[in-house]
Ligand binder design. Sequence first.
Ligand code: HEM
Length: 127
Amino acid sequence: MKKDIENRSDIELLVNCFYVELKNDALLKPYFQHFTEKQWHNYLERMYLFWENALFHSGGYFGNPLKTHREIDSKNKILHKHFKRWLQLFFKVTDSHFVGTFANHAKQHAYNIAVVMELKLKDKNLS
Ligand code: HEM
């Protein structure tokens, strides 16, 4: 029986499973191919903090995802098809492990950020 996302270990499960999918996805894996083991470790740690803060307001994430993705986009364009696939995978992984308010909140949050980020990457004047 599936349950809701309730704590840090649920977030670790969600993030770990999502990035396994991502690493195996032909469209998205090129963005991560250069990562060393150490970079993966640091990146996953940041993503746990990001999602813990987004869902439970833990206050532990200090970052600027837009700036990070602008830098990625300047080297390797992130297009609509990439955002679409990113969301498809995130929704699939969330639904395959969890059900409930926080699971819905995670999907809504990912969707909102993806939409805004895509818009802002296209328009350099939006900060
Ligand atoms: C196709 C879309 C996306 C691609 C290809 C992508 C790729 C990446 C990559 C390669 C990094 C690591 C940057 C580095 O440390 O060198 C990163 C960081 C990150 N991504 Fe994405 N991303 C995408 C969409 C999203 C979305 C929709 C979200 C929001 C839920 C998100 C949230 C983050 C966060 C929070 C970080 C960490 C930023 C930091 O350093 O604090 N990404 N992304």
